[in-house]
Design a protein around this ligand. Structure first.
Ligand SMILES: Nc1ncnc2c1ncn2[C@@H]1O[C@H](COP(=O)(O)OP(=O)(O)OP(=O)(O)O)[C@@H](O)[C@H]1O
Length: 710
């Protein structure tokens, strides 16, 4: 036999040994080989042409490693998706469930200690209990021949590092939406007591064809901890740090084991910066240099690298990247809410970020379904240096002893809003104090609260001082919903001051801002009336807020770090009640049309004697014509119902300060009832939920202007 024939025969034997093909396929192939007498490459091509094996499998079989492609007698490895510091990720087929999955094999050296193995099993168990659209689903974990692996949902997408490498920095709205979704996934983890510890662009996968952004590798960074735990890892003692030096929070650099969710928020801020600029927050020749900069240098400038980014976005990045955890958003949900005004897409999905297969650049336009959502045309974002792709992967770094006390390069004065960067190292890594000082300075030099004002949309903004109030309705309240959605009554604090528009946004105001309006009352409004805008989706209401913020820029009342947005449900009820505990801000009953516009029938016990219109109203009526409540707010009861920022869930009331509702859901809250509701439906505690994409001719909105860090 020729050597070519030997190689082909060997390949065939390897195929048999691999047990990847059925007996019938093997017989068929042998018949073809006997007839065609191919050399090895031709035989391999034939197997590929028949679609029986992937190129990766054929290569492995040719090397005699085909048997290893079957794992735990259930999974068949199809191809390698990628490899990082922790292990290798394969696309695999789960023969038992009949689906493709992703399978991550952990490097042996990561699990040499029994403690690490237990930790791995604990983390995977915790992960398998997670159920959120923005967190990858974990199905299974096993050990085979000393290799530990876990099996997860296969995402048809690309991680953020690769996306930025391929298409460059993302448009503002896409970058914000990806990070917002990642924050929602993180919130889910946070609510279950998990910390990611290794947030970075490569652990955020964006779908190729739309769908939800997914967080991967949650909690696995713990595998890098040596069994000794915290004490074995303090860089101040031993010189180690876990994580990715490009995104690690200062406190994580100091003590990797004692971090909380705010370290993830820091890393998410850095990742947002990366998505917007293609740059890691701090350049450095070595991991050590980068770590030191995280601990001492001010957060990076965004606006000088992304001229088209709203200034507020830079503040959000800086807020997340505050040196002191107390000065960051305290929950991922807070960050998600802050990014919401910059995200025009329909929550919770996102657009495809990459062209299929070809990897060609695709136009980044917002979905057409959202009029007014398009960002201004993007000047090609011009990073000042070559995009530096986030890397290397997560590692354990060792700082050489002599580096412990090095002084750190500082920015020139004026490069940061505070104008000053304090960076004095006294002894070993006195980083936190510096970070606190820098960020406190940044916050405290912020301007004072503006006086009540009328904004560029013509909305009169009423100053609300905030306070503690009883949210919800007592069981004995007449007209109370009987499904539990209004209670129990809880003590809630709304922090102030902040501003709320005295009226609902009118059709005319909406048209001037957005260039058109979907209101059913458009014909009437065109005749010059001030009907409330209606039929506006929740996304469009947010887009209005975003545009208003832009338009207000430079006005005397505009403040850095403040933004327009929809009210939270708690803010809305606080504002509506105006220090009352009765069903309405005007007492136990309400009169049509002097106190509110609602469906007056003369039959509802909550109706105060008044005019009963001959037939039900078809639209809201001019805003600001009813009697205002004690805070000076009009139409909180009735007229049109108003979108709030929170997701709706029947049992979603939370107590405490500034609650923001559940982390996700299908519906957003509407409040206040409308011209279609009877008196009981326009009470202060009445609440409902609608899909954010719904256009309802009885739903509009009003806006608040509040500090981002309220
Ligand atoms: N569930 C999944 N579905 C599809 N692709 C995935 C999945 N999980 C990871 N990947 C992809 O596999 C590749 C390798 O992932 P991995 O997590 O090993 O990389 P990394 O984050 O750079 O490294 P590490 O976190 O280990 O340092 C990445 O490109 C990632 O996008």
């Amino acid at each position: 036999m020729s050597s070519a024939a030997d190689a082909t025969a060997m390949f065939y034997q390897n195929l048999q040994a691999s047990r990847l093909l059925t007996d019938a396929q093997l017989r068929d192939l042998w018949g073809w080989i006997a007839h065609a007498r191919p050399d090895l490459p031709a035989a391999a091509r034939e197997v590929s042409r028949r679609g029986w094996l992937t190129p990766y499998q054929i290569r492995e079989v040719a090397r005699g490693r085909g048997a290893a492609l079957k794992v735990a007698s259930r999974y068949v490895l199809l191809t390698v998706l990628g490899e990082g510091g922790m292990g290798r990720v394969y696309k695999a087929h789960d023969t038992r469930m009949g689906r493709d999955v992703a399978l991550k094999v952990i490097r042996r050296e990561r699990l040499t200690h029994s403690v690490a193995v237990v930790r791995f099993e604990q983390e995977v168990l915790a992960l398998s209990a997670m159920d959120h659209p923005n967190v990858v689903k974990v199905y299974d974990a096993e050990e085979v021949d000393g290799y530990h692996f876990y099996v997860m949902e296969l995402i048809d997408g690309t991680d953020l590092t690769k996306i930025v490498r391929e298409v460059g920095p993302l448009p503002v709205f896409q970058a914000c939406d990806v990070i917002r979704q990642a924050a929602l996934g993180l919130q889910h983890a946070h609510e279950r007591g998990l910390v990611h510890r290794d947030i970075k662009p490569s652990n955020i996968i964006a779908p190729r064809h739309g769908g939800a952004v997914k967080l991967v590798d949650l909690g696995l960074a713990r595998l890098m901890e040596p069994p000794g735990g915290a004490d074995a890892l303090r860089i101040t003692q031993e010189g180690f740090v876990i994580g990715t030096p490009d995104f690690v929070a200062p406190e994580q650099a100091r003590n990797p084991t004692a971090v909380d969710i705010r370290a993830d928020i820091y890393a998410l801020g850095g990742t947002l910066y990366f998505a917007l600029t293609g740059l890691v927050p701090y350049e450095g020749a070595t991991p050590t240099e980068k770590l030191l900069k995280h601990c001492t240098d001010p957060p990076p400038d965004l606006l000088s690298r992304r001229a088209d980014a709203p200034p507020l976005l830079e503040q959000i990045v800086h807020w997340c990247m505050a040196k002191e955890p107390d000065h960051r958003p305290q929950t991922p949900l807070q960050l998600a809410a802050a990014l919401q005004p910059f995200c025009p897409t329909e929550a919770p999905g996102s657009e495809a970020l990459l062209a299929p297969a070809s990897g060609q650049r695709v136009p980044m336009v917002p979905p057409e379904a959202h009029p007014g959502a398009a960002p201004s045309p993007l000047p090609a974002p011009a990073p000042v240096t070559q995009p530096s792709i986030a890397g290397p992967g997560s590692q354990v770094f060792k700082l050489a002893p002599h580096e412990h006390g090095v002084s750190v390069r500082r920015r020139p004065r004026g490069a940061f809003p505070t104008g000053t960067v304090l960076a004095v190292l006294g002894g070993l890594f006195v980083f936190a104090a510096l970070g606190v000082a820098v960020f406190l300075a940044f916050i405290n030099t912020g301007p004072t609260v503006p006086k009540p004002f009328t904004n560029t949309a013509g909305l009169k903004m009423v100053r609300l001082e905030g306070g503690t109030f009883k949210m919800g309705s007592p069981e004995e309240e007449p007209g109370r919903a009987d499904d539990g959605r209004e209670g129990p009554v809880r003590e809630v604090t709304v922090r102030g001051p902040f501003f709320m528009s005295s009226t609902e946004v009118t059709h005319g105001q909406y048209v001037r801002m957005m260039g058109g309006a979907p209101s059913r009352g458009a014909a009437l409004a065109a005749r010059g009336t001030s009907l409330p805008v209606d039929s506006v989706t929740w996304d469009e209401a947010n887009e209005f807020c975003r545009k208003l913020l832009e338009k207000d820029r430079g006005q005397a009342w505009a403040r850095n770090g403040w933004a327009y947005r929809l009210p939270t449900e708690a803010e809305w009820e606080y504002a509506c009640r105006a220090n009352t505990t009765t069903p309405f801000s005007c007492g136990d009953a309400i009169a049509f049309p002097t106190q509110a516009v609602f469906l007056a029938t003369g039959e509802d016990p909550l109706e105060r004697a008044g005019d009963v219109p001959g037939k039900p109203l078809r639209f809201g009526t001019e805003v600001g014509k009813t009697k205002p409540n004690d805070f000076g707010l009009y139409d909180m009861h009735g007229n049109v119902a108003e979108w709030c920022s929170d997701w709706f869930r029947i049992d979603a009331y939370k107590e405490g300060a500034d609650p923001t509702g559940p982390a996700d859901g299908d519906m957003r809250v509407i409040r206040g009832g409308s011209f279609r509701d009877r008196a009981s439906g326009v009470r202060s505690a009445a609440r409902d939920g609608k899909r954010p994409t719904d256009r309802l001719d009885y739903v509009g909105f009003r806006v608040v202007y509040a500090p981002l860090q309220k």
